[in-house]
Design a protein around this ligand. Structure first.
Ligand code: ZN
Length: 195
């Protein structure tokens, strides 16, 4: 159908209970899961995001989507080499099986925590194990923005937001904005929509 678009889903915002819930594993890759992944990709791009986790659209399942740009640096990890050309993609039941010892600090934001950005320290490298929808299982070492984004999205599956990982000092700065966002959420069912 001309002009047909999959429905862009509302995004759950800070304070929504589903964002604090441990998400359940995806039992089987059904048509419903494939449809959900497509809608999540549509939603992620509509909100100008580079990653989205199912709890952010109100579905407590271990499914994430990524839409990272292709890196133009030379020193990219095996995971970036493999996965960046597949973007956008959906990962089912992603697990981090190992964290590297080196850490990096980088500013993060989140579609569920709009207009709030803060520095977060995370391991620079991880080994991820997941089923890539329509591509099959992978176990691969990831670095760069991919490693950061994966850790942020997998945190969502464990009911954790990036603002819970900031240093105490940063939290003091961010807290008033979070209080405002929570109040805004209460008046809007903890959802934001694209019109
Ligand atoms: Zn997020």
């Amino acid at each position: 159908m001309l002009g047909f678009r999959k429905k862009v889903m509302p995004v759950q915002t800070y304070g929504s209970p589903v964002l604090k819930t441990l998400a359940a594993p995806v039992a089987a890759i059904s048509t419903a899961i494939m449809d959900l992944a497509e809608q999540m990709i549509e939603t992620m791009f509509a909100f100008d995001g580079i990653g989205l986790a199912a709890p952010q659209v109100g579905v407590s399942l271990r499914l994430i989507t990524l839409g990272l740009p292709v890196a133009d640096t030379e020193d990219i990890s095996p995971g970036e080499c493999m996965l960046l050309p597949m973007m956008p993609l959906a990962m089912v039941n992603p697990v981090i099986i190992s964290f590297g010892s080196e850490k990096t600090i980088c500013e993060e934001g989140c579609l569920s925590v709009p207009d709030i950005y803060a520095q977060v320290e995370r391991p620079s490298r991880i080994i991820i194990q997941a089923e890539i929808l329509h591509h099959g299982p992978v176990t691969v070492e990831c670095g760069g923005l991919l490693a950061r984004c994966l850790q942020h999205e997998i945190d969502h599956l464990n009911g954790k937001l990036f603002v819970e990982r900031v240093e105490a000092e940063t939290m003091t700065e961010v807290k008033p904005q979070l209080v405002k966002l929570f109040d805004f959420g209460q008046k809007n069912n903890f959802q934001r929509s694209k019109r």
